[in-house]
Design a binder for this molecule. Sequence first.
Ligand SMILES: [Zn+2]
Ligand SMILES: [Zn+2]
Length: 49
Amino acid sequence: MAKDKKCAHPSCSCMAREDSNYCSAYCEAAKDTTEIACNCGHAECAAKV
Ligand SMILES: [Zn+2]
Ligand SMILES: [Zn+2]
């Protein structure tokens, strides 16, 4: 199985959960919203400008 699947949110650079296409519920909810920055709360993601 693909273990290093990236989150499907375009603005997110996190790795997705094994059981989801997204890293968090935030990204799953925001999948239809075009955002400049991701607010999933993951440090490595938020640190990206
Ligand atoms: Zn993110
Ligand atoms: Zn994400």
